[in-house]
Design a protein around this ligand. Structure first.
Ligand code: URA
Length: 233
């Protein structure tokens, strides 16, 4: 790989800034200053920029505990972005694996592995997502029994042509419950509860497939996924 490309892969430098630091003599390869940006970096060579050892990153897989008022978008907007919470080089290369609404909290996966992203989000894989839902109105008795049945059979949401896939609902109290869905339609959980005449006051994603939000993470914190979590999809 060319030296300037190696620098863009291992740091936040743009290609033109990478060329500048190389021309300036800030970069060494195996202890020697190299000023040729096209110079080849081969396996086992040690590249340093201002004394800092640079290493190529493999594919990255992270979980983030998304707080409220953080947006799952790559474009800067009104809110802080999920990417802004992650202190890693080339963070913009990470894609969000299934977005959450700005007011929804909980588990967000991020990766630069496009195939893995597809495996998690492809509708064909029907990967289950578990949400903790807080409702505005109590849902109990016959109304709860009807909701469980409706969710299990699938609901027609406003403006859609196909019913939702079977979803499982278990209420823990009259207003707090767990919902498992295997799709990711726009505002899906909120629209499902709106369709049965209720309103979601708070929404928190606890799990995607077998990957659970790490209880050690505080809102805004992230960690790399473990090999078994990556392999679970
Ligand atoms: N369903 C919603 O309505 N919002 C989310 O953020 C996720 C699922």
């Amino acid at each position: 790989m060319r030296l300037d490309k190696f620098l863009t892969e291992t740091t936040d430098l743009s290609r033109s800034d990478a060329k500048k630091v190389v021309h300036r003599g800030d970069v060494t390869v195996d202890g020697e200053v190299v000023k040729n940006t096209a110079s080849a970096v081969k396996d086992g060579m040690r590249v340093e920029w201002n004394g800092e050892h640079l290493e190529l990153m493999g594919l990255r897989y992270l979980m983030l505990y998304k707080p409220a008022n953080v947006e799952c978008t790559s474009k800067p907007g009104l809110y802080e972005r999920a990417h802004d919470l992650i202190d890693l080089p080339n963070v913009e290369r990470l894609s969000i694996v299934g977005r959450l609404d700005v007011d929804t909290t909980g588990l967000v996966l991020m990766t630069d592995d496009g195939q893995w992203n597809h495996r998690v989000t492809s509708p064909k894989k029907a990967c289950a997502k578990r949400y903790r839902v807080t409702l505005a109105r109590p849902l109990e008795g016959d109304e709860l029994a009807r909701a469980v049945e409706d969710f299990d059979h699938g609901l027609m949401l406003d403006g859609e042509e196909k019913p939702t896939r079977p979803a499982r609902l278990e209420m823990e109290t009259a207003t707090v419950g767990l919902l498992w869905i295997t799709e990711g339609r726009y505002h899906q959980v909120k629209r499902m509860f709106a369709a049965i005449g209720n309103h979601v006051e708070a929404l928190h994603r606890e799990a995607i497939g077998d990957v659970e939000l790490d209880p050690e993470l505080e809102p805004g914190e992230c960690r790399f996924l473990r090999p078994e979590e990556i392999a679970s999809f």
